[in-house]
Design a protein around this ligand. Structure first.
Ligand code: GLN
Length: 447
């Protein structure tokens, strides 16, 4: 059923870059055969799942929404995929995204934008727009994305579903194509907190293939869900509810704060004094890391190679010129600039110092509360083309989300209402390192 829906709805939504009917049917048949036999069936037995096209799935393409990877087929599964399969999940296809996960609207994909299932004239958010649209359109109950500065939470908000970015180091990045390695984290989209909790328990945890994964126990998150917020101190950073925030979004999030009070939470005011520097800081660190990570696309190792070059440097130049889109080039140039000698101290070093101040802000805030609430995105879904001419305007979509990646803490977006034109609005909840349990509990209590 998921395969039929994916094929049918893709004509309108463009959410999938590859649909693996053969592989998924074969896997489903295999699972049917195993029914009733030992070993016992896995916790995700038979659940169809869609995967963002920057996460390696053996035998399927991994284009990252870019021409430069062409039809690269990785010979291995990402650790998260290996764990999903072992739990009985069925991978049905690869989802569209902004090129190398750079964007907030899915309009930077080399394969055309994804459309928002709530209104196909609007963007689904980005960069994991295909995964968000696939869940919002009820094609699959669960999808994986990646979140470097908001790419799971922001599209979840714009598509009216749940999106979780766990703590940095919670889910292995082995097999996730690198964008900003100190910020990247695989995230989970779902319709219900319980589903997201189950998937997190399956894919989280230490992995010898990723040295940044931590040896922190992975609880049975679903078993911990309770339907109230008693004893939770919820922090509200009022200063972030001002300038640039759509009044309808503000009202919806204020409503959610009241709902949490009714569910037993204690509401406290907190301050994040360095939050105003987060976008500047993020776009320095993320582009610096991207410029280094994307150096590997040289026409030799993977996918696409430009023709008509007589010598090596010319081949690199043409391959990268023809293979990368405009936003990726912009970021490689920005990143190279901020790392270059003479500017390194002024930009990159400074951004790292600000990052430390941001972490300390959260540390202080979490001495007074257990979770912090903000909007996820300053506006509901915007129109296709509305922000494509102005990269700075587009970058502002990440104002509430990128700060969370800079701090390395977990964040979740939960639907909290509709705008007057019927578009979904999301709130963001963030908590201390490794405390995904509180986020899932709060998401569940609000449902
Ligand atoms: N929108 C942000 C960016 O363009 C975040 C992207 C992401 O999280 N992958 O960098």
């Amino acid at each position: 059923r998921a395969l039929d829906a994916a094929e049918k709805l893709n004509e309108t939504l463009n959410a999938f870059l590859a649909i693996d009917r053969r592989g998924a049917e074969a896997r489903a048949a295999e699972l049917d055969q195993s029914l009733g036999k030992l070993p016992a069936t896995g916790p995700l037995f038979g659940i169809p799942i869609a995967i963002k096209d920057n996460i390696c799935v053996r035998g399927l393409q991994t284009s990252c929404g870019s021409r430069i990877l062409g039809d690269y087929h990785p010979p291995y599964d990402a650790t998260a995929i290996e764990r999903l399969r072992a739990a009985g999940a069925v991978i049905i296809g690869k989802t569209n995204c902004d090129e190398f996960a750079m964007g907030s609207s899915n309009e930077n994909s080399a394969y055309g934008p994804v459309r928002n299932p709530w209104d196909i004239e609007r963007v689904p958010g980005g960069s994991s727009g295909g995964s968000a649209a696939a869940v919002a359109a009820r094609i699959v109950p669960i999808a994986l994305g990646s979140d470097t500065g908001g790419s799971v939470r922001q599209p979840a908000a714009l598509c009216g579903i749940i999106g979780l970015k766990p703590t940095y180091g919670r889910i292995s990045r082995y097999g996730l194509v690198a964008f900003g390695s100190s910020l990247d984290q695989i995230g989970i989209f779902g319709l219900r907190a319980r589903d997201v909790a189950k998937v997190l328990s399956v894919i989280a945890g230490r992995d010898p293939h990723d040295a940044t994964t931590a040896d922190v126990a992975v609880p049975d998150y679903a078993a911990q869900l309770v339907p109230d917020a008693k004893g939770v101190r919820l922090g509200v950073p009022r200063a972030l509810f001002g300038e640039g925030l759509d009044p309808e979004v503000r009202r919806a999030v204020e409503g959610a704060i009241e709902a949490y009070r009714d569910l037993g939470a204690e509401i406290v005011e907190v301050e994040l004094p360095h939050a105003k520097y987060s976008i500047a800081c993020y776009y320095i660190i993320a582009t610096a890391e991207a410029s280094s990570n994307l150096a590997r696309y040289d026409g030799v190792r993977y996918g696409f190679r430009a023709e008509e070059a007589d010598e090596l440097i010319e081949m690199y130049r043409r391959t990268r010129d023809q293979g990368f889109g405009a936003e990726v080039k912009r970021r490689i140039m920005l990143g190279t600039f901020v790392l270059s000698s003479g500017y390194y101290e002024a930009y990159y070093r400074k951004a790292q110092q600000v990052r430390t101040l941001i972490r300390e802000d959260f540390h202080r805030a979490f001495a007074r509360c257990d979770a912090i609430i903000t909007p996820t995105s300053p506006t509901p879904a915007f129109l296709l083309g509305e922000k494509t001419d102005d990269p700075l305007k587009m970058y502002l979509s990440d104002v509430y989300t990128c700060i969370v990646n800079l701090a390395g803490i977990p964040g979740i977006s939960v639907p909290c209402g509709l705008s007057s034109s019927g578009l979904p609005i999301g709130m963001q909840l963030v908590s201390r390192h490794w405390d995904e349990s509180t986020l899932l509990r709060l998401a569940h209590a609000y449902e």
